[in-house]
Design a protein around this ligand. Structure first.
Ligand code: SAM
Length: 284
């Protein structure tokens, strides 16, 4: 017996066998299925032998409009299942606004655990799992992308990103510009026939992908290891790329001391480290 509620139902990210028994039970009992893309999800439901069920779309564009229909369905005793194209709804997929509005109205929401590309990749990456940050998709514009990657430069936790084959090489180049030795794991096509997990550092991964362009396709999760302090690096080496770039512009036109003052205020970096960097620029 499946009680009346909105159920968050994860679906496979590549291997149909990863659907859980509970997910099947809820989908079979559903009086309404809200799917990111109804046509896409019909293929899965057909494979599971779930035929005639009322479906509505629930995506980034209409999620808030669905609140009324879904809360009425649950309040009148129905079982509603929210599914996305693959994996766990709401994880870089629609559903957050819907759940938040339903929670405000006191409608019962039941989450089911199940497939999620981020967690699957994290478990395969061989990088620390005690603390991690999930960022999802990175910004598309170069400047925002670099800023986002810069924000994890000294982060002492593992970070998980979703990335597309079109952008992966550019993203890795930007990361290498910030921290060339950073440990990474590229988890590709997980749970599918051509699953591969490549664990290395970012510079070696760039070289590997240049040589293996046939592997720059499919679906990726990029897992980036925590910041590791280089024992041989000086405080000046550890300055952010932004601070170094600003110093390169200002030292020369301005006295080193004045350049350090401005850049320290702008970036929060220490004046002493900036001054050491200014000296190294002058020596060059
Ligand atoms: N909600 C989904 C989840 O729980 O994993 C993620 C949806 S997001 C729109 C899709 C992204 O997840 C893909 O672009 C890719 O980065 C990642 N992804 C999904 N399936 C994957 C797989 N089998 N292998 C690697 N990455 C995958």
């Amino acid at each position: 017996m499946v009680a009346s509620a909105l159920y968050i139902v994860p679906t496979p990210i590549g291997n149909l066998d990863d659907i859980t028994l509970r997910a099947i039970e809820v989908l079979k009992a559903a009086t309404l299925i809200a799917a990111e893309d109804t046509r896409h999800s019909k293929i899965l439901l057909d494979k599971l032998g779930i035929g005639a069920v009322k479906m509505i779309s629930c995506n980034d564009h209409n999620e808030e409009e669905r609140v009324e229909i879904i809360s009425n369905e649950v309040n009148s005793g129905g079982v509603v299942a929210l599914i996305s194209d693959a994996g766990t709804p709401m994880i870089s997929d629609p559903g957050y606004k819907l759940v938040s509005r339903l929670a405000d109205r006191g409608v019962k929401v039941v989450p089911l655990p199940g497939p999620c590309a981020a967690i699957t990749a994290l478990c395969a990456a061989a990088l620390p799992t005690d603390k991690f940050l999930f960022i999802g998709f990175l910004p598309v514009k170069d400047k925002e992308l670099s800023d986002k990657l810069e924000s994890i430069r000294t982060l002492e936790t593992t970070t998980v990103f979703y990335e597309s084959p079109r952008r992966i090489e550019n993203t890795l180049e930007k990361l290498a510009a910030i921290d060339p030795k950073r440990k990474v794991a590229l988890c590709r096509e997980m749970t599918k026939t051509f699953e591969s997990i490549y664990r290395t550092d970012v510079t070696s991964l760039i070289a590997y992908l240049k040589e293996h362009q046939d592997e720059v396709r499919g679906e990726f999760v990029l897992v980036v290891g925590p910041y590791e302090k280089d024992a041989t690096a000086t405080a000046a080496d550890e300055l952010s790329a932004k601070a170094k770039a600003a110093m390169q512009q200002l030292v020369g036109p301005l006295k080193a001391k004045d350049a350090c003052k401005i850049v320290a205020e702008l970036t929060g970096e220490s004046r002493n480290s900036l001054y050491d960097y200014a000296l190294s620029l002058k020596q060059k």
